[in-house]
Design a protein around this ligand. Sequence first.
Ligand code: PFF
Length: 454
Amino acid sequence: MNISDRQSQHGQWSSRWTFILAATGAAVGLGNIWKFPYLTGQNGGSAFVLIYIICVAALGIPLMMAEILLGRRGRATPIHTMKVLAEETNTTQWWQIIGWSGTIAGMLILSYYSVIGGWTLAYIVKSITGIFSGATGEFAASTFGTFVGSASSLFFWHTLFMVITMAIVAGGVQGGLEKAVQFLMPTLFVLLLVMVGYSMTTGYFGKGLAFLFTPDFSKLTGSSMLAAMGQAFFSLSLGMGTIMIYGSYVPKDTSIATTTIAIALADTAVALLAGMAIFPIVFANNLEASSGPGLIFQTLPVAFGNMTGGMIFGSLFFTLLLVAAWTSSISLIEPLVTWLIETFGMSRLKAAIYSGVATWLFGLGTVWSFNLWADLKFFGLTFFDLLDFITSNLMLPLGGILIALFAGWLMSAEHTKAELHIANPLLYTTWQILVRYIAPVAVFIVLLNAIGLL
Ligand code: PFF
């Protein structure tokens, strides 16, 4: 059988539209609404945002195309896909490292993602009880401080988030969840617009916009550039094989280029809207823009507490954020689960239990980073910060480079052209230059610059 006619043993998307929705569901998550604003705040605002947008356009889009194309050609989990493609291109099996590193990165990311997913669950409950009614910035900040200071609370919510995630993965109800995403995602988008509307009434909207969009390069450092690049990979779910898996279910006639651009635009729009909703509230309430991972949990309750119908909006907002977190979580663990199934012939249930327990255990390190282990620093970072740094800023960009090199240099132009379906030769050449030269060189420069070697 010709390799390009292979199909994944795990199925195929029913249409291009299902693929766009599922990939957008994987891309849009806590990364856009929780992480993007706090990283922007920690890294001085506009210059970070600009570098982030450049990375999405110049690295993210071409690399996402490369990753989908590898998946569609290999039609298996990342580890097996790379094995098949290495055979096809007569190169060393060492390329499977892309699959290994991605599978491990996914599990490590989910271990802390689940803790933050747990915070979201807890905030649904807090919003419903109405404690944020009339909340000031100070109240929201101290509520958050007390919450994360309690190791047992975080333990409970992390466990609950993980159990539900693995039940979804084991039960194979992703299909149902993906259908739900069709209307939940647009609703989340509308709610974000409502939040931006609220922020316009704070009197600090202009200041928020200036913070996000008036470039101030004095704030730019090597490490903030690395953080922006890492966030582009994280937010688009690149460099770890998730998109490769999703690509492995893509029908042959789907245009990879237009699909990718649609996903990247939707993902970036959600992140920017979240920033526009949050920073005016930060400035209006004298909160600290650089306060870190608690930023949205300290700011949004102020908005909900002071707008009409805020209790309902607040509960709904955190619920939708939770759904967005779930669709991403499922994709984070999918490489490990499908690998266990393909390799050991395990049932889906067993694979989900093994993966879930290992991930949950690792997550305890993040639970304790905010309380018991708060003073325990590795290279000046807490366990959570270190884990995030290693995965987002090192593993994903390095995985991305390897994917770019493989698609750009080792696969024949005939094969990449056949998968990408780019009719315009100029566009194809642009893609090729980006994956062959620009992406690998840019990632290296940013990495070397951040560790002070440039
Ligand atoms: N892109 C997700 C987010 O922004 O929340 C996080 C993520 C999901 C990263 C899946 C990587 C991944 F493979």
